[in-house]
Design a protein around this ligand. Structure first.
Ligand code: URA
Ligand code: SF4
Length: 207
């Protein structure tokens, strides 16, 4: 079965992992995307945030969460007393998946398949092993299922601090699932959806 593992160096150095991820061909998503968008942030951040996949802006800039969803995430974290610069941010899938739609051929985000999430998972596990966070914050179903397994339901467990699966050996020790900031941007009642996201993030323990 094809996945990212042949491309992942046996290293806990983020700079080495990031460099190697540029030439990953663990699934077909590298073909149409501009570049690999690896995680970013301090080497040993206490909090590691997992999103779904890079968006249009992230694909062009090569950095995670630099677009509208990232801005909203930064604002929500600030509200719960966490500085965005002190956390490590990454995605379950490291290449942008999209369709070209309309006359302008705008690139429209497409949800990654379970196969793609599983293929990319070795990068996420390598990042966890390198950063060794205390808490992983999982944004939306794709991120939550990448870490907690395919049966996990964000709607049922959002905002609740849970033990991480044993395969992580205590790094992270805890996980917190919530909705994806993009879903807040799309919600009919944005203010209520945003307030619920902030309420969930309040469960992140402080050091
Ligand atoms: N949405 C994500 O899940 N990740 C990003 O990096 C940007 C938007
Ligand atoms: Fe590799 Fe992940 Fe990109 Fe697929 S999405 S090519 S597994 S980095």
């Amino acid at each position: 079965k094809r996945d990212a593992s042949p491309f992942v160096p046996d290293s806990t150095e983020l700079s080495r992992l990031r460099e190697a991820s540029r030439s990953c061909r663990g699934c077909d998503l590298y073909r149409d995307a501009t570049q690999t968008v690896f995680g970013a942030g301090p080497d040993h951040a206490r909090v590691l945030v997992v999103g779904e996949q890079p968006g249009d802006r992230e694909d062009l800039e090569g950095e995670p969460f630099v677009g509208p969803a990232g801005r909203l995430l930064g604002r929500a974290l600030t509200e719960v007393g966490i500085d965005r610069d002190e956390i490590y941010v990454t995605n379950a899938v490291k290449h942008f998946k999209f369709d070209r739609e309309g006359r302008g051929k705008q690139r429209i985000h497409k949800k990654p398949s379970r196969t793609e999430v599983v293929a990319c998972r070795p990068w996420l596990l390598a990042e966890m092993a390198a950063v060794r966070p205390e808490v992983a914050v999982l944004l939306g179903a794709t991120a939550a299922q990448a870490v907690m397994g395919p049966a996990f339901k964000v709607t049922r467990q959002r905002g609740v601090l849970l033990d991480a699966p044993e395969e992580f050996h205590g790094r992270p020790e805890l996980v917190l699932a919530t909705v994806h900031p993009s879903s807040v941007l799309r919600a009919p009642d944005r203010h209520t959806a945003y307030a619920a996201l902030v309420a969930d993030l309040k469960a992140i323990p402080h050091s």
